[in-house]
Design a protein. Sequence first.
Length: 365
Amino acid sequence: MKKTLLLSTALIAFGGMAIADVALTGRAEMGILGGSDEDNADFFTDIDVTFTMSGTTDGGLEFGASVDLDEGGDGSAASDDNTDDGGATIFISGGFGTLTMGDTDGALDWALTDAGNNNNGGSLGDDETEHAGYLGAYLDGAYDGQIARYDYSFGDFGVAISAETDDSDDDGDDEDERDAGYAIGFKYDTDLGGVGLSLGIGYQYVAGGYTLEFGRFDDIAGDNNGDLETPALGDTGAIGVSISADFNNGLVAGLTYNNWDVDDDDGVEADIQHVGVGIGYTTGALTLHANYGVFELSDVADLDDGDGTIDGFGLSAAYDLGGGAVVHAGYGSSSYDFDDDLAAAVGVDDDGDGSTYTFGLGLSF
């Protein structure tokens, strides 16, 4: 059971009086972590505190905000840089729909159900969704991570549009500033013979000059913490679809497919396809989850041998002890296999692998 601290206060918003609630929630984690590149397991501890604020105007508009103090403490982007989300999210909602800004999903991510979101009890280190084959945020974060999204739902249908801009040009001359990215997404929820179906489709564009990271691998060192990093990629248009089925007996399964067309404007060109599948099952206090994902890279930088495969799988188990305490175990495995020219361009061996795991307690307050 979560314990919340509720503070009632009066706010002036849009010219009307509103009563707002402020909720303080927290999570603490302790356990062990390790992997194939670790000689010994290490201790793992983490504390996360979140403030969630909400209110309603006299006219019926709902508004709110949340800030994750694990990311948003003193000196962080949330408090010092108004152009960076810093773990903060703000929204306003009414009959017109919902407008959200900050650390939130773009329209493609909003529309699709990730493979790892199919009844996943989670793990301390997110091992099951940090392997190299996992695709979760799509192209969100190709700029600074601060996103503006508008979404509207009518019946079982939903539609969203979003944008993310480049704020890296601090001198104001705009010469090096990349074009804004944008996305559009649609989703539909229905029931078919007692099975709950969630369908999603969307498109996302980002300007060239960004990189992708896939991790983690044993033989890759440096600043990327073992992540495999691509060269700067060009302008990208991505199409994604997903389907998730809830069988209403504890079993949930889903499939995602993405196709990225990367041209050579402001970066190297490539064709990238991704397939992800996930399944989760809950029985009593126990939740088990597994997912697998694979990226197929082809024609990277127009190299003669410019093809490659990056894949991985993740496992998680969670046992609810009640009262907000959960025992978590997670495992992630990653591998890649590149043609010679692609491996040389990236600066890695032709193939590699790696794995991570965590085990311990998650405590919610």
